[in-house]
Design a protein around this ligand. Structure first.
Ligand code: MG
Length: 180
């Protein structure tokens, strides 16, 4: 199924390699306390805030599990966060049930082979600029920006330009600051 980008109301995002550049830094003491760091981009954060402010929804689905993802999601008021996901289609279905939307109304942004199935399942899909070749081949659009370097912002602008909501979002940000 392919949905026109103007009909998308849910943006579902992989995390590593999409919202981040894919690098993972481990820190802490082995066998005592270990955690991991990732780097997020403020341009993506600003885009997510504008997207949600316009009444649209964001879902994060990650195969990994990290505190920093929960912190970033909370900062950006993203309520639908699925970490340690073994089945991205099933976790997306859980979020869509809560939102009251369908896969046809969803755009998934991915970067690697683990995203192929869910990208085929939704109405519209976007690959980040440095996604695996197989991901780019099935995506409706590939961003110029790389994962973790504004690809999500570019995806959001693409969808909001299509639905004619981007200009209003830009106008509103001239007077009302949003979370980045
Ligand atoms: Mg990934």
């Amino acid at each position: 199924m392919i949905t026109s980008p103007e009909n998308i109301i849910v943006l579902a995002l992989d995390v590593d390699g999409v919202l981040t550049d894919g690098t993972i830094t481990f820190w802490g003491l082995p066998h005592v306390f270990q955690n991991e760091s990732k780097t997020f981009h403020v341009h993506d954060g600003q885009g997510i805030s504008l997207w949600q402010k316009a009444g649209f929804h964001v879902v994060l689905i990650s195969g990994r599990n990290a505190d920093c993802v929960s912190i970033r999601a909370k900062e950006l008021n993203i309520p639908y966060v699925y970490q340690g996901s073994k089945d991205k289609i099933a976790d997306l279905a859980r979020a869509l049930k809560k939102i009251g939307a369908s896969p046809e109304q969803t755009c998934f942004v991915g970067d690697d082979l683990g995203d192929l199935a869910v990208m085929r399942h939704v109405g519209y899909s976007i690959a980040v600029g440095n996604a695996a070749m197989e991901v780019k081949e099935i995506a409706n659009v590939t961003t110029a920006a790389l994962g973790g370097h504004g690809a999500v912002r570019e995806a959001i602008e693409h969808l909001m330009q299509a639905s004619g909501t981007w200009a209003n979002a830009v106008d509103s940000s001239k007077t009302e600051p949003t979370q980045q």
